[in-house]
Design a protein around this ligand. Structure first.
Ligand code: NDP
Length: 401
């Protein structure tokens, strides 16, 4: 029975709040805080209607440590679930240290004026969290998050040594919009327009954005999709913590329509994060674009199709070559029926709730800053099945060359 604060009332915030409320034997008191309190109130109403649980709401600017400290001192939570934006990770970690609160997030810190997804800013908090006897769990979404746990599960149960890792994220879904991103548009466009990096022979190798792609046949008739190699943050932690990995790559599916829009957005300068002066005011083109694009939290009603996200892992077992594909398939319409959100918010919000559950139940307990693959994967994998994200494993005969 623990009190938690959730920060961020977007698509993911809505799912994680619903899912925590569905597990009220663990999350006995929930405070949902965000920049715009009316969005918290709307989620609180929906949670009350769907689960019967009353939750409290609050306004906070999570860029300001002092406001966070006031919030935490007022409510004295045991844990904070950060599902605001990556820009707020460090201020929330600072406030957790000051108030003695455990921390969890779903995306690594990046400075607002420099689109770099790297863990070193947060790993630098290791000693401070340890000294305070606190735990920070980083990247408890789907990717990063479940993909890290899938890798750890593979290593624990199927391999003596992992050598090759391909993480494949297919969104076989479509919605009624001409162009929409399925999570925060600013973060999404920063991510997909970044230079590609993959891990090979002990170092990251860079290549042009979207320069390598191939087709991928998803199981269970989800379909055949073109997947593009890109950088994703779990590659950094996984290759650090599992040093036998020789090559690690991340692939994501994009439709021709999505790529056409991204190309135009880039060509006309709207993906830029460098401020410009417009009518005497400084604006950032990408932030302006975000303001006119559809809100991912509103896409649930019109999104149909399924996601298929998983890991192809290859390595050695008992001296022999071995390979597995471990994956989850998630249906957009079922997610909407359950919590009023599309599958991308759902597949992020559920693992955030489960990571918090692991910490509050003491199944994942340590002092310092941790990535998901450093924890025992078994209790987390068990909870995925119980909370709407069942997973499956194929051995050897895999849909990937
Ligand atoms: P949204 O943009 O829908 O929601 C973000 C929320 O954070 C909004 O409610 C926003 O407030 C709030 N917020 C932003 N800045 C502040 C601030 N300074 N203080 C307080 N609140 C703030 O994003 P998503 O829900 O789509 O994504 C949430 C997080 O999840 C992101 O960090 C994203 O990168 C991560 N993510 C992780 C995935 C994974 O698999 N690991 C996959 C998808 C997303 P306001 O409403 O006022 O704008």
């Amino acid at each position: 029975m623990s009190k938690i604060v959730i920060i961020g009332a977007g698509g993911v915030g809505s799912v994680v709040t619903h899912k925590c409320a569905l597990n009220k034997n663990i999350f006995s008191e929930i405070i949902l805080a965000s920049r715009t309190e009316s969005k918290c109130d709307a989620i609180a109403l929906s949670v009350k209607n769907n689960t019967g649980m009353d939750i409290q709401t609050a306004q906070v600017d999570a860029d300001k440590v002092s406001e966070l400290v006031d919030l935490f001192n007022k409510h004295k939570p045991k844990l904070v679930i950060n599902v605001a934006l990556p820009y707020q990770d460090l201020t929330i970690m600072d406030a957790c240290l000051e108030c003695g609160v455990h921390y969890l997030d779903t995306a690594n810190y990046e400075p607002i004026d420099n689109a770099k997804f790297e863990y070193h800013w947060q790993w630098a908090y290791q000693e401070r969290f340890k000294e305070r006897g606190l735990m920070a769990l980083l990247g408890s979404g789907f990717d990063p998050g479940v993909t890290n746990v899938f890798t750890a599960y593979g290593l624990k149960h199927y391999f003596d040594e992992i050598q090759y890792l391909d993480i494949i994220d297919v969104n076989g879904g479509h919605n009624a919009e001409h162009f929409a991103t399925n999570f925060n548009p600013e973060i999404n466009i920063r991510e997909v327009t970044a230079e590609c990096r993959h891990w090979e022979n002990g170092q990251f190798v860079t290549s042009d954005t979207m320069s390598l792609h191939q087709s991928f046949e998803c199981p269970e008739k989800v379909g055949n999709y073109e997947v593009y190699r890109m950088y994703h943050e779990e590659l950094e932690s996984l290759t650090k913590h599992i040093p036998t990995i020789k090559k690690a790559q991340f692939w994501m599916s994009f439709s021709p329509n999505y790529l056409k829009h991204i190309e135009v957005i880039q060509n006309i300068g709207m993906s830029s994060i460098d401020p410009i002066v417009y009518n005497g005011e400084e604006i950032v083109p990408l932030q302006f674009l975000k303001a006119v694009l559809p809100n991912p939290g509103d896409l649930g009603k019109s999104t149909k199709g399924r996601t298929c996200i998983g890991n192809i892992i290859r390595g050695k077992k008992d001296g022999l070559d071995k390979s597995i594909y471990i994956y989850n398939i998630c249906d957009h319409e079922s997610c909407f029926a359950e919590v009023g959100s599309q599958a991308i918010s759902y597949t992020t919000g559920v693992p955030a709730m489960i990571g918090a559950m692991m910490m509050l139940q003491g199944k994942w307990k340590d002092e310092g800053v941790f990535n998901m693959e450093q924890m025992d994967p078994d209790p987390f994998m068990e909870q995925l099945k119980l909370n709407g994200l069942p997973w499956h494993i194929m051995e050897n005969d895999l849909p990937w060359s």
